[in-house]
Ligand binder design. Structure first.
Ligand SMILES: Nc1nc2c(c(=O)[nH]1)N[C@H]1C(S)=C(S)[C@@H](COP(=O)(O)O)O[C@H]1N2
Ligand SMILES: [Mo]
Length: 541
C-alpha cells in the first residue's frame, strides 16, 4: 500500500507522561466522525457485486445467483432444530425472512467495509474481493451447479472491486487542501453517478428476472398435456360440503401449498430435460421429455401432505395429477433382487428415499407432468415431479425430478432423513376444523343452527367416520362429503342445531377405513408427522 493510497493515521500520538488520562476521554486530536460517504460507497460496492452477479445469473441456473447459493448453503448446514424453530416462527415466510436477514447482514458488512475503506481503500477492496470469492466457492459447492455457474459471481466481483476503489477515492478527503465547497460537490456528483448506475443495474436485473420467469411460464403453457389412457373419477358435486368458508375440494394450483428447500425456484428447460433411471437395475434408462410424454399416462386425484404440517395446519392440498406410473418404468429397467428403495433426485440436489414397494404396488405412484389439467406450475416441479399416494412429500414427492436410483435403505439416505426425520414417512390420519377459524364469531341461521365444517385425510386407507365434540359434550358423528378415493381428503360438516350464544370449543377426530381412530396424543411434526386432535376456540352470537 502506497502512502498516497491511504490517508496517514492520526499524525499526533497522545502525549505520554502529560496529564493522567481520565476515563472516558481520549488524548490527542479529535477523531474524525463516521465517514458516511465511504460507508455509502461501501454499500454501493456490495450492491454492484450482487446486482451484476444476479443479473448475469439469469443466463445460468437459478442457483448460480450468489444470494441463492449462500442462502441454500446456509439452510443445508444449520442444525435441524434451528430450521424447525424458523418454520415454527415464520411458517412459509421462512425463506423471505432468511433473504431479508441476509440482505441486512450484507448491508452491515459492506457498510463496515466502506468505513474501513475511508482510510484504506485497498484493504476494503481486498475484503470485498474476499466476499466475492467466498460466494463463488459456495456457488461451486452447490450440488446442482457446474463450474460455469461461478461466472456470474466472479464477474460481479471483478466489476465491483474496481468500482469500490474508484468511488472510495472519489469521496475521500482530497490530499491537497481544496476549496471545501468544490470538494463537497465533486464527491456528491460522483456518488450520485455511482448511485444512478447501481439503480439502473438493479432495475435491469429486476426486469430480466421478471422476463425469465415469464419465459418459463410461456413455454410451460406451450406444451399440450397428453390425453390420459385412464381418466380420474368424476368428482361428485357433494364432495364439497355446503358450509360457507370451506376450502375448495380440489385445490387450485395457485393456492396449493408450496414446501421445498429451493430458495429460487429451479428453471428447468423441458427441451434438455432428461430422466435417468439407474442403480440396481438390469438396464439403465435415460428418457427425454418428449419420450416421457409419449408414454401411456394415467390421471389420479391425490391429496398431498407435508410432514411439517402441524395439527390443524394447511400444508395439505388436493389435486388431479397426470403422469406415467413409476411402476411401468421400473418394470422396464428391471429391478434387481435386494433393492428396497428408490432415491429420487431433483435438479437442485434435493433427494427423497421412497420404499420400492410404494412405487411398484397398485397405488399408482406417478412421474407427473400435469396438475389440475395444466402442466406443473414451476413452483410445483415443472416439468416433472413424483407423486406417491400415502407418503409425506419429503420421502416421495420430488419436484424438478431428474434421476431415480434404485438402491437400498441400508446404502443410501435422503435430504431430510439425514436431518433427523424418519426414514419412512407414511401419512398419519388427520382431521381439522376449517369453519370456524380460531376466535371466529358465528351467527346462527334463522333456525338457530350453526354450521361447522372441516377436512380429514388418511391416504391409502380412506376416512370412515369423523366425529366432532363441542365443549364437553358427547362426540357427534359429522356428515361426510363424497369420498372420491382413499387417497383424497374428505370434507365433513356438522349442523349444530342447539347452538348456544357465548364462548365454545370444538374438537374433531377421524377414524380411517381400517378402523384406526386418530390418536389424541400430541406429537410434533418431527420426526414422522404431527398427531393429536384439532381444537378451536370460537363463539356464537
Ligand atoms: N426438489 C424438491 N422436491 C421436493 C421438496 C424439496 O425441498 N425439493 N420438498 C418435498 C416436500 S417436503 C413436500 S411436502 C412436497 C411439497 O410439494 P408442493 O410444494 O408441490 O406442495 O414436495 C417435496 N418435493
Ligand atoms: Mo414436506
Amino acid at each position: 500500500m502506497t502512502a498516497s493510497a491511504d490517508r496517514p493515521r492520526d499524525a499526533q500520538e497522545p502525549e505520554h507522561g502529560a496529564e493522567p488520562r481520565r476515563p472516558g476521554t481520549v488524548a490527542g486530536p479529535p477523531r474524525p466522525g463516521i465517514p458516511w460517504w465511504s460507508v455509502l460507497v461501501g454499500v454501493i460496492g456490495g450492491v454492484v457485486l450482487l446486482a451484476v452477479a444476479e443479473l448475469l445469473s439469469l443466463a445460468f441456473s437459478s442457483s448460480s445467483a450468489p444470494f441463492v447459493a449462500v442462502g441454500g448453503g446456509f439452510i443445508d448446514i444449520i442444525p435441524p432444530w434451528v430450521k424447525d424453530l424458523a418454520i415454527g416462527l415464520f411458517g412459509t415466510w421462512d425463506k423471505i425472512v432468511l433473504f431479508a436477514s441476509m440482505v441486512a447482514v450484507y448491508i452491515v458488512l459492506t457498510a463496515l467495509n466502506g468505513a474501513l475503506g475511508a482510510r484504506r481503500p485497498r484493504t476494503a477492496a481486498v475484503v470485498l474481493a474476499g466476499l466475492g470469492v467466498f460466494a463463488t466457492i459456495i456457488v461451486l459447492t452447490r450440488a446442482q451447479n457446474t463450474v460455469l455457474d461461478a461466472v456470474p459471481t466472479l464477474l460481479g466481483t471483478l466489476v465491483a472491486v474496481p468500482t469500490l476503489i474508484v468511488l472510495l477515492r472519489a469521496v475521500r478527503a482530497p490530499s491537497a487542501p481544496l476549496d471545501a465547497d468544490e470538494g463537497w460537490s465533486r464527491r456528491r456528483s460522483l456518488v450520485g453517478v455511482g448511485a444512478v448506475g447501481v439503480l439502473a443495474v438493479i432495475i435491469a436485473a429486476g426486469a430480466r428476472g421478471v422476463n425469465a420467469t415469464r419465459e418459463v411460464a410461456r413455454r410451460a403453457a406451450e406444451f399440450t398435456l397428453p390425453t390420459p389412457r385412464t381418466r380420474a373419477e368424476e368428482i361428485p358435486g357433494d364432495a364439497q360440503v355446503e358450509v360457507e368458508g370451506m376450502p375448495p375440494y380440489v385445490t387450485p394450483n395457485e393456492d396449493f401449498y408450496r414446501i421445498d428447500t429451493a430458495l429460487a425456484v429451479p428453471r428447468v428447460d423441458p427441451t434438455t430435460w432428461e430422466l435417468r433411471i439407474h442403480g440396481l437395475v438390469d438396464r439403465e434408462l435415460t428418457m427425454t421429455f418428449e419420450e416421457l410424454l409419449a408414454e401411456p399416462m394415467i390421471e389420479k386425484h391425490v391429496t398431498l401432505t407435508c410432514v411439517s404440517n402441524s395439527v390443524g395446519g394447511d400444508l395439505a392440498g388436493n389435486a388431479t395429477w397426470l403422469g406415467v406410473p413409476v411402476r411401468t418404468l421400473l418394470e422396464r429397467v428391471g429391478v434387481k433382487g435386494g433393492a428396497d428403495m428408490v432415491l429420487s433426485r431433483s435438479t437442485d440436489g434435493f433427494t427423497a428415499s421412497t420404499p420400492l414397494e410404494a412405487l411398484t404396488d397398485d397405488r399408482d405412484s406417478l412421474i407427473a407432468v400435469g396438475m389440475n389439467g395444466e402442466p406443473l406450475p414451476q413452483e410445483h416441479g415443472y416439468p416433472v415431479r413424483m407423486v406417491v399416494p400415502g407418503l409425506y412429500g419429503y420421502v416421495s414427492a420430488t419436484k424438478w425430478l431428474t434421476e431415480l436410483t434404485v438402491t437400498r435403505f441400508a446404502d443410501d439416505t435422503a435430504y431430510w432423513t439425514t436431518r433427523g426425520w424418519s426414514e419412512r414417512g407414511p401419512i398419519k390420519i388427520a382431521s381439522r376444523v376449517d369453519v370456524p377459524r380460531s376466535f371466529d364469531e358465528l351467527a346462527p341461521d334463522e333456525n338457530g343452527t350453526v354450521m361447522l365444517g372441516g377436512t380429514a385425510w388418511a391416504q391409502q386407507r380412506g376416512i370412515a367416520t369423523v366425529e366432532v365434540r363441542i365443549d364437553d359434550g358427547d362426540w357427534r358423528e359429522a356428515a361426510l362429503g363424497a369420498a372420491v378415493t382413499d387417497d383424497t381428503w374428505v370434507q365433513w360438516s356438522l349442523a349444530w342445531q342447539d347452538a348456544t350464544p357465548g364462548d365454545h370449543t370444538v374438537s374433531v377426530r377421524a377414524t380411517d377405513g381400517e378402523g384406526e381412530q386418530q390418536t389424541e396424543e400430541r406429537a410434533k411434526p418431527v420426526p414422522n408427522g404431527a398427531s393429536g386432535w384439532h381444537t378451536i376456540d370460537f363463539s356464537v352470537e
